[in-house]
Every structure is written in structure tokens, then in C-alpha cells.
Design a protein around this ligand. Structure first.
Ligand SMILES: [Fe+2]
Length: 306
């Protein structure tokens, strides 16, 4: 039984500059598997531990950033209900027409933050899924940073209070943690539809449609250290960490892939429940909330987005 009407953010499409160089990075350093290519040349990828056809798509473009993120919902019936509810909330909905092999119908709409969100109910299993019968943790020893799944993303844009209201009122998600300005306005929100501490987060920002980072889940703190070793070995542009968040309590390291999209590798984090009280941060303390060991904000973290 799902906690909300959504199961997970299951698909993210990113714009990248040099497709070959960036693809090689995701395969070699992050450890993703290439699933195939669409007829227009986009590359589909997945982690070794994901069941769905693919979870990450790279599209060659002149500017890096986020095309869209898609949430899997609990059933085709709920998908149709959510289409109507989204339109009633005030967001025009259309059927996504770009090819995504293995995926059923996807509905797409824009948030007031400038981000395209999609909803879908059906996706085929990948040809190569994790073991099901007497399963080992993996079939083949994972490569690179040993990314286990596409976990969450952080979006920057205006009107995040309204976006938060959409995710809660329409999708049935909840916000285990929020951050408010001194005059009580929402500065940041962390939203989930399950027991993960967050599926998607927003920070209030004047420019629409920006992506701060998207994240892959790693096994534990040891794998965060291993990711840091690879960042050293491959001379990856590191941003912050290894460190720990007070917000969500995750362990983390941030770095940039060759096109300039920021990636987080994330482990731990608390189990969220919708009936637990909400944790609230004052904006003056958010630096410590984000970077618990450093105890203060790191300027690049607020200023660099794609
Ligand atoms: Fe994150």
C-alpha cells in the first residue's frame, strides 16, 4: 500500500553538452549501465539495482540542466484522476510526446517554479533486472560509485510555496522538513510520497526552471568515501563533502559531471512517516542544516545551478 498517490521519482531527463564525454562519466565514474538510445539519439541509462526500463536520460543540448522529472503513480486509474486534479488545480496538462521506450502514457505539466513534471503509471521492466530467486546483492560487482538508484532532486525556482501545495494537495505527498524566512515565507521544502526523507525538494530562487542537483542513493558512508576516492582519482570537479546533512540526516558528497549538472551521492537519511510532526528550520540556521560538519553555508551551493 502506497503512502501517497506517487511511488517514486522514476525518470529524469537531463540536458548535457558533450554527449560522449558525459555518457562516459556516468558509466565509468557513477557506474550506470547504458540501456540504449532513442531514435533521436538520447541515451537511456539505469543503475544496476533498478528494475524499471531506464531511469536517467541524457539529451545533447546547448545548455545543461533539467528537461523534466517523472513520478510513477500507483495505478492507471489514479493517473487519470491526477490529470483531472492537476487541471483543476490550475495547471494545463498534455500527453508527453517525446519517445521514452518502455514507458506507458505520461502526462506533463509545468509548475510555477518553471519545472516540467510528468506523471506515469506504467513502465516495463528492464531487460537486465536485479536477481529475484535466491538473490545476491548484485549479479555483477557494481562499478564506479556503485549508484543504487536515482533517489531525488532539488529544484530552484520562484513560487515554491504553491508548488509545495500542489504536491501535498494533489499528489498526496508530505513535507517532513521545511525552512522559512524570518517573515514566515517558505524558503525551502523537502517533499516525499513514501518513507524516504525526500523525493523532491525546492529552494525559492528568482530564476525559473533551475536544477540544483539530482541524487543517486549509495549503500552507506563507506560508499560515500569510495565516491570521494573516485572524485580524486578522476579529477572530478567536487563541490561539497563528504559531509552530513542535518536536514534529512543524509550523508553526502556533491560534484559536477562534465556538462556542469551537479550530482549528489547520498546515503542514509531518516525514515519519514506522514504522521510525524514536521521539522522546521529558520533560514539563519539553514547552512548548518545543509552542512552539519562545516556548520555554515558554502557559497557555491546557493549560487551554482544548471
Ligand atoms: Fe539532495
Amino acid at each position: 500500500m502506497a503512502i501517497s498517490k506517487t511511488i517514486r521519482p522514476g525518470l529524469i531527463q537531463l540536458r548535457v553538452l558533450d554527449l560522449d564525454e558525459t555518457l562516459n562519466f556516468y558509466k565509468t565514474v557513477v557506474g550506470l549501465d547504458e540501456v540504449g538510445r532513442t531514435s533521436d539519439g538520447r541515451v537511456m541509462l539505469k543503475t544496476y539495482d533498478e528494475f524499471d526500463h531506464h531511469s536517467v536520460v541524457l539529451r545533447k543540448a546547448d545548455e545543461a540542466g533539467l528537461d523534466y522529472v517523472a513520478f510513477k503513480v500507483v495505478s492507471p486509474e489514479v493517473l487519470e484522476e491526477l490529470k483531472v486534479a492537476t487541471e483543476e488545480f490550475g495547471y494545463p496538462v498534455k500527453v508527453a510526446e517525446d519517445e521514452q521506450p518502455g514507458y506507458g502514457k505520461r502526462y506533463a505539466f509545468m509548475l510555477p517554479t518553471g519545472h516540467c513534471i510528468q506523471l506515469y503509471a506504467e513502465v516495463e521492466l528492464a531487460a537486465d533486472i536485479p536477481m529475484l530467486r535466491n538473490p545476491d546483492p548484485w549479479k555483477e560487482e557494481p562499478r564506479g560509485m556503485r549508484a543504487q538508484r536515482f533517489d531525488h532532486l532539488l529544484c530552484y525556482g520562484p513560487n515554491i510555496a504553491e508548488a509545495e501545495r500542489y504536491f501535498i494537495e494533489v499528489l498526496g505527498m508530505y513535507a517532513p522538513e521545511v525552512c522559512n524566512t524570518e517573515d514566515g515565507k517558505r524558503f525551502a521544502t523537502w517533499l516525499t510520497g513514501g518513507n524516504k526523507a525526500h523525493d523532491i525538494a525546492f529552494v525559492e530562487y528568482d530564476k525559473p526552471g533551475k536544477m540544483h542537483h539530482f541524487a543517486f542513493y549509495l549503500q552507506d558512508w563507506n560508499d560515500i568515501g569510495h565516491a570521494a576516492d573516485l572524485i580524486g582519482k578522476y579529477r572530478v570537479k567536487r563541490d561539497v563533502g563528504p559531509t552530513r546533512h542535518a536536514i534529512t540526516r543524509g550523508q553526502t558528497i556533491y560534484f559536477f559531471e562534465p556538462s556542469g549538472n551537479r550530482i549528489e551521492t547520498y546515503a542514509g537519511g531518516y525514515a519519514a512517516y506522514p504522521d510525524n510532526p514536521q521539522r522546521v528550520w529558520d533560514v539563519a540556521e539553514v547552512g548548518r542544516g545543509l552542512f552539519y560538519y562545516e556548520g555554515e553555508l558554502i557559497p557555491s551551493f546557493l549560487e551554482v545551478v544548471s
